[in-house]
Design a protein around this ligand. Structure first.
Ligand code: PRX
Length: 645
């Protein structure tokens, strides 16, 4: 193995940061030795209406999985993100918005945001939305998306954000599953100069969603959209007449804050449920410590609010901390490959948090688009969503950060609510490609296939042995599925679905998913979902989807398709199938490769051997392993001979 370069914490960073290594060790030990005391103390970082007296009540026992943090406390999440900052920083910017068009930007103060949230909260109440009701948010990256989230939180409604890139069908499935009564959307989104027909998508979706009574529409582009009488209302119209004062609903720490759908290895996406108190404590604390956030700094997370990263690290964590959070409507390549760095220069961004796929795509464009912009404001860089390859890490560090800025490679998941494994800028020597060490209160364990815990430097399946306040509580409407998915594979542990290596320094290296989930440009997808979209096409008899290494996307989507008897393989049909998956799920699920497969490798009991399909897609046909159990081993030769690269 090649020598791994280690980047020690620069002395100046260690001195000025919130925690240095000694402090990390001390706090980590305290958090594991006595979690009640540790979280009892850190739980106080947010404002409680009624303070909690119990810190945690948790069981990972598959017969009785329950996860409760600060259960007898009450609070309001929006009041924590807004009201409590008004006295000290009412006139400070809360959201710094940068439009798709570089000529458009806006600064929204905490006072202004508080008022906007109050008006929408009142308007939603006037539409009949009450505590516990579900509201679907299908929005572009405009400030109203954050306003909508916080307005729900203010009145105790549960938001369910659906990423604007999902198709009407995907949107409909999610609305139906959580029985939303209201959808908040915009006429159109704007990304890379192109319009996204959000309202038209909502109209299509709602043909099958009887629970939806109202659709609130923000005017973003002014494009022509249909408004259904009695159902659709303009955001501007319903908020203008409302007062800015909106009484915050007092909710229990364990009342739901949001549902967010995410893909697993089987079935439809799951509605992961997060609750209020523990989630907010964890999002805020990790935001402060992981990014070493200091008052007045400009912090930019490039995610979309449609993903968990946007929830925890654009909206809830930063706003709970009174931070300046930058929200970007556009894409890294528009109008040019310099856009990220132009925004950094324009807004003097101090902390920048993005995904490896963006880094890899920008790396291809060379150094000039980066170095032509002033990045001297940058202090900390972050990475999230997928493993970052050392080459991309080193480029990010050298070219973007001028070897000055520590990189925090943060590992976490929709289900974890916040960052679990990560360096801390002032405490952790960095190894490119490693998410390094656990955050406070996080106890990772590696287990073998039988669930036996492995010690020392080793590789295995990544589990968590204890709970942390940001952990998901259930799958909406299906607690059994929650238990089955995360707590039955390895008894007594939460199983992440990731494989992981631990080195001799106790650093963790995420090796990727060990289940049938793939990670395409940092977007998580179940191969089963793409397969069911493909077989829904009348000409497709069978389909098997696997991931394969892709230079920019991390993983690409490789689909093996068997046509129904009598159908002819053709380039046109291939294109049609790609378009079909885009329509069924959304553009992010478009297969990169479709290989015609007259037969799929199956065991005699009819189970598809994905291991073999993965090897062929990865072009590792020399190491197919044992194929003797196949019903018809000759199909493998055919697949190898017709492999698409
Ligand atoms: O496989 C891991 C990968 O992304 C998965 C979680 O995806 P999602 O729920 O969409 O959340 C993404 C944003 C938190 C994980 O199971 N992943 C996430 N971060 C990293 C990562 N893999 C390696 N390194 C990371 N830093």
């Amino acid at each position: 193995m090649s020598e791994i370069e280690i980047f020690p914490v620069p002395e100046a960073v260690a001195k000025s940061a919130l925690v240095d290594d000694a402090r990390y060790q001390e706090m980590y030990k305290a958090s594991i030795d006595d979690p009640e005391a540790f979280w009892g103390e850190h739980g106080k970082r947010i404002d409680w209406i009624k303070p909690f007296t119990t810190v945690k009540d948790v069981s990972f026992d598959p017969h009785d999985v329950h996860i409760r943090w600060f259960p007898d406390g009450t609070l309001n999440v929006a009041a924590n993100c807004l009201d409590r900052h008004l006295a000290t920083r009412g006139d400070q910017t809360a959201i710094l918005w940068e439009g798709d068009d570089p000529a458009e930007s806006a600064a929204i103060t905490y006072r202004d945001l508080h008022e906007r949230v109050g008006r929408l909260g009142n308007a939603l109440r006037a539409l009949g939305v009450a505590k516990g009701d579900r509201v679907c948010i299908y929005m572009p990256m405009i400030p109203e998306a954050a306003v909508a989230m916080l307005a729900c939180a203010r009145i105790g409604a549960i938001h369910s954000i659906v990423f604007g890139g999902f198709s009407p069908d995907s949107l409909a499935n999610r609305i139906q599953d959580s029985e939303c009564s209201v959808v908040i959307t915009a006429d159109e989104g704007l990304r890379g100069g192109r319009r996204v027909p959000l309202k038209a998508n909502v109209d299509k979706a709602l043909a099958d969603c009887p629970t939806v009574r109202s659709v609130v529409v923000v005017k973003r582009t002014g494009g022509d959209v249909a408004m259904t009488e009695g159902r659709d209302v303009w955001y501007e119209d319903i908020t203008a007449s409302q007062p800015a004062e909106c009484t915050p609903e007092e909710v229990s720490a364990e009342d739901p804050l949001f549902i967010l759908y995410t893909s697993g290895s089987t079935g439809k996406p799951k509605g992961v449920l997060h609750t209020s108190g523990g989630y907010l404590v964890y999002a805020a604390m990790t935001h402060q410590y992981v990014f070493d956030y200091r008052d007045g700094e400009v912090y930019w997370c490039t995610a979309d609010v449609g993903w968990v990263t946007g929830h925890s690290y654009i909206v809830y964590g930063p706003l709970a901390n009174g931070a300046i959070t930058l929200m970007f409507e556009g894409i890294p390549s528009y109008p040019s490959a310099s856009r990220f760095w132009q925004v950094v220069e324009k807004h003097k961004v101090n902390i920048f948090y993005t995904a490896p796929t963006a880094i890899r795509a920008l790396m291809r464009e060379g150094e000039e688009p980066v170095t032509s912009c002033d990045r001297s404001s940058l202090r900390i860089l972050g990475s999230v969503g997928e493993p970052i390859n050392p080459e991309a890490w080193l480029w990010y560090h050298r070219v973007v950060g001028e070897e000055r800025c520590p990189i925090v490679d943060t590992w976490w998941q929709t289900e974890t609510g916040g960052i679990l494994i990560t360096p801390l800028p002032g405490a952790t020597a960095l190894k490119p490609g490693s998410a390094t060490r656990p955050f406070f209160g996080v106890l990772p364990v590696l287990v073998d296939g039988e669930g036996t815990e492995l010690a020392g430097a080793t590789e295995g399946n990544l589990c968590l042995a204890t709970s942390w306040p940001g952990q998901a509580r259930t799958v909406y409407g299906d607690h059994e599925r929650f238990v089955q998915t995360y707590f039955t594979t390895y008894k007594g542990y939460y199983f992440t679905g990731d494989g992981c290596r631990r080195d001799e320094d106790g650093y963790y290296w995420i090796t990727g998913r060990v289940d049938d989930v793939i990670n395409v440009s940092g977007h998580r997808m179940g191969t089963a979902e793409i397969e069911s979209a493909l077989v829904a096409h009348p000409k497709v008899a069978e389909a098997a989807v696997v991931g394969y290494p892709h230079d920019i996307k991390g993983q690409g989507i490789y689909a093996y398709v068997t046509l129904v008897a009598g159908e002819r393989e053709s380039e046109d049909l291939r294109k049609e199938l790609v378009g079909w998956v885009r329509k069924e799920i959304g553009p992010i699920a478009s297969p990169d490769v479709i290989q015609w497969a007259p037969g799929l490798p199956k065991t005699r009991s009819g189970k598809i051997m994905r291991r073999i399909l993965r090897k062929i897609a990865e072009n590792e046909v020399g190491s197919l392993g044992d194929t003797s159990t196949l019903a018809d081993p000759s199909v493998v030769d055919d697949l190898i001979a017709n492999r698409k690269s």
